[in-house]
Structures are given as C-alpha cells and as structure tokens.
Design a protein around this ligand. Structure first.
Ligand SMILES: Cc1cc2nc3c(=O)[nH]c(=O)nc-3n(C[C@H](O)[C@H](O)[C@H](O)COP(=O)(O)OP(=O)(O)OC[C@H]3O[C@@H](n4cnc5c(N)ncnc54)[C@H](O)[C@@H]3O)c2cc1C
Length: 415
C-alpha cells in the first residue's frame, strides 16, 4: 500500500498533532484528529527558533509573532541581583517567540480546520485494537470508536497510546518542580528588548519577559522533592496563590514581588514531568508516538514544543517517502532519538540548578554558573539546538543501521 493512500488517525490536538496533520495534508495523506478536551488553556511558553522554523514551513510564523513577543536572548542573575550570565535564543536567522499556550495551539489547530482537516473534540482515547485486516480501531471513553490504517499518538506526557503499545514502560516521572506563573500589565519594568530574564531566587526560580508594549509574561518553578499528592492544590484561589508566591520570593529582588503583586491573573499550580531518558520503542505495528508522548523532556530545556513540531515534520516526510511502514517508523525514530536525548540532558541540567536551595549549594552555583554559562553563551555551543532545520522538499530515504541524522537528511539540516 502506498503511503499516500493511508488514512491516519491522530490522537491529541496539542502542538504536535495538528502540525503533523497539516504536513500530512501537504503530502496528500488524509488525517483526522481526536482530542480529549473541548478547550485549551495553559501558561505561556518560549517557542525556540528551531520550532519557529517548523511554523515558518507551515506559513504560521508571522501569526505566532503577532500573537506573542520575539525573544533573542536570556539573562540570568541570582536573587540578590548578581549577574550570572546570559546567552542567545536565536539561530539560523530566526528569533524565538514567547507566546501563550492556548493561542499557539489554536493557531495550528485553526489552520488545520481551515484546510479541511477534521478535529473531533471530547474524544478521550481509552483503547486501541489492530484487526486481523490490519485496521487500527480506537475506542474512546464515551464508548464511540474510529478506525484508520495508521494511528499516531500525540497525546502528551501521560500518553494513553504509549501505555497501550508499551505497558511495561514506566510512566512519566515528576521532575521535582511545582510551576505557576501569570501575566502582568500596568507596571513599568525596565528590560532590554527581546530578553527573557531568569532569576535563581533564594527559594524558587523566577522567569519573566517584558514585551515591547510593557506586558509581562512570567513563571515560577518551586523545588519540592516529594511529588505533591493529587488534589492538594485544588481550591486555592488566585489571591491566596499570589500571597504564597509573594512569600516564596520575599528575600529576593523586589521586582519579582512587584510583578506578582500586580498580576492580572495567575495560573493554578501544576507539576513538571518527564519521561525516563531511554524510553522503549516509539512504534509498534501501525502505531507510533510523537512529541511528549515519545520523549517528554523537562520544561527547563525550553525545547519540548519545538521537539514536538520537529517530530511532526520529520514523521510526515517519512510517511510521504517510505512506503513500508516498519521502515518508515524505524527511520523516523532513528532520525529523532539522538537529538531528543540531547535535549533531555539540556532539561536535566536546567533542572539541577533549580533544586539548589541550601545556602552552600547556592554559593557553589553562583560561583561556578558564570563559568559554565560563559561557555554556553558562545553561539557555536548552542548552534546544534537553534540552527536545526528540516527541509520539507528534500526526499527522505529509509534509514539504514549506522547512518545518523545529519547524514540521512543530508543538505536538509543546516547545523
Ligand atoms: C510548566 C511547563 C512549561 C513549559 N514550557 C515550555 C517552554 O517554555 N518551551 C517549550 O518548548 N516547551 C515547554 N513545555 C513543554 C511543552 O509544553 C510540551 O513539550 C509540548 O506541549 C508537547 O507537545 P505535544 O503536542 O507532544 O503534547 P501536548 O501539547 O501536551 O498535547 C497533547 C494533547 O493530547 C491530548 N490528550 C491527552 N490524552 C489524550 C487522550 N487519552 N485522548 C485524546 N487526547 C488526549 C491533550 O488534551 C492535549 O491536547 C512546558 C511544559 C510545562 C509543563
């Protein structure tokens, strides 16, 4: 069966799902998306320039910059204001963008619908069966089902698809960070343009970005070794949460308190999860995983959404060009695994500094961070992250043992 004749069912309409559907549509492959939730929400995120490159391929980069705010560098200091270092958030001629999650996901989903791709909401995947004819049948929590030739699980870090194809695989692991954040306007906060500020506070990490209009996106990462019990944050009102956060940063630079105090809204606490470093296979028979479902990395990497978008374009190229499904999925996984493992390590390193809450640990971090950050600030050191590009038009060949990503795509990746 040629790949063009296959019908693909995509589970999850977050970031990877609708992007994959759009690339498949371009390849002439029919796709339909099934999403558990009726609406989307969530905090802002920094979409790195390598993810912006995928949006650019979809013609959605301008809309993303119109909705969000361009960022090209980060600056880090400790809670007393001591500068620790800085680096870039741009590469290959593109900037990164700070954007709210809901508009980003809706941007991609709306474009998918505009192009005639069917998105069925309120469909929570419960089970998958492969019939003796090779059809994949998904059953949803509401008792309905749907079938296709191929099923792609883009259902996020707690992926049901992954649980079904690899029940032995351990689930996502709590990274030890509790997150919140919000949006603030109406106060004047000085900042160089296109900059994300990171502050290692005494008890928690704080990040913020001031847009050209003075609007402030901000987030908090609070270390807590033990995973909080389910429901422990339920029912905390906005004002109470604000007071808790003000208390958390009371010994740090006053700017943090001012931003929190003036917030128009804050987000309920939620936890960071990542998958263990070397998950099992990303595919089984006619089923494959992309995005967080395959390789969730810590949010501290600032790369999870970009990895999801890169997966989407790479998998769509594989489905377009490699008729044999086993070869297709194997090629896709081999093209993506090394890079996502490297990003996992970036996230791990990012997390480790945020867990330093003892004075001695903080003293050591503040002493050594400028040395490490100076190395990282060299654009060459982060080029592998930011200048990665996938050329849609480049044909892709079946992956053979021993070949690597750069060789496989050849001129398609500029490192
Ligand atoms: C606190 C935090 C901050 C982050 N900050 C950044 C950042 O700054 N930069 C960055 O690049 N990344 C960031 N990330 C990571 C980023 O959000 C993810 O990597 C990205 O959303 C992954 O995209 P995805 O499409 O794979 O999954 P998701 O965006 O999670 O989408 C999965 C979709 O599947 C749906 N779904 C789940 N289960 C089912 C089911 N059973 N049936 C049907 N549908 C289902 C969900 O409702 C959801 O819509 C952050 C994550 C967190 C938690």
């Amino acid at each position: 069966m040629s790949s063009q004749k296959r019908k693909v069912m995509i589970i999850g309409c977050g970031i990877a799902g609708p992007a994959l559907a759009l690339f498949l549509k371009r390849a002439g492959i029919e796709a339909e998306i099934y999403e558990a939730r009726e609406t989307t929400d969530g905090l802002s995120l920094s979409l790195s320039c390598n993810g912006v490159a995928v949006l650019q391929e979809l013609g959605l980069d301008r809309a993303a910059f119109a909705e969000g705010s361009a960022v090209t560098r980060w600056l880090m200091r400790n809670g007393r204001g001591k500068p620790l270092g800085g680096g870039i958030l741009a590469g290959g001629g593109l900037k990164s963008v700070f954007i709210k999650r809901a508009p980003l996901t809706m941007l991609i989903a709306d474009e998918a619908e505009r192009q005639g791709i069917n998105i069925v909401r309120g469909k929570k995947l419960q089970n998958i069966e492969v019939t003796s004819q090779g059809d994949v049948v998904a059953t949803f929590q509401d008792g309905t089902n749907a079938s296709a030739d191929i099923l792609i699980g883009s259902d996020g870090v707690h992926s049901r698809t992954r649980q079904i194809i690899d029940p032995a695989f351990p689930g996502a692991i709590y990274t030890g960070l509790i997150n919140s954040g919000g949006y603030t306007s109406g106060i004047a906060v000085a900042s160089p343009p296109e900059t994300v500020h990171f502050i290692f506070g005494k008890r928690a990490f704080f990040g913020y970005h001031v847009t050209p209009t003075g609007y402030i996106y901000w987030f908090t990462n609070q270390p807590q070794e033990e995973e909080p019990a389910k429901g422990v944050f339920d029912g905390i009102a906005d004002e109470e949460r604000k007071q808790q956060m003000l208390e958390l940063y009371r010994d740090d630079q006053p700017i943090i308190g001012e931003i929190i105090e003036a917030a128009e809204t804050t987000f309920p606490y939620f936890l960071s999860y990542a998958l263990p470093r070397q998950p099992g296979s990303w595919h089984k028979g006619p089923i494959a995983l992309i995005g967080d479902a395959a390789h969730a990395i810590s949010p501290s990497s600032g790369q999870g959404a970009s990895m999801a978008l890169e997966d989407a374009i790479v998998l769509a190229r594989c489905l377009r060009d490699i008729p044999d499904l086993e070869q297709c999925f194997t090629t896709y996984e081999q093209l993506r695994r090394e890079r996502t493992v490297k990003m996992f390590e970036v996230g791990e390193r990012g997390d480790s500094g945020k867990h330093a809450i003892r004075p001695m640990q903080q003293w050591f971090r503040d002493l050594t961070a400028p040395i490490f950050l100076k190395l990282f600030a060299n654009p060459k050191a982060s080029d592998w992250m930011f200048s990665y590009r996938v050329a849609w038009d480049e044909p892709i060949g079946a992956h053979t043992a021993g070949s690597n990503e750069r060789r496989e795509i050849g001129g398609a990746i500029r490192m």
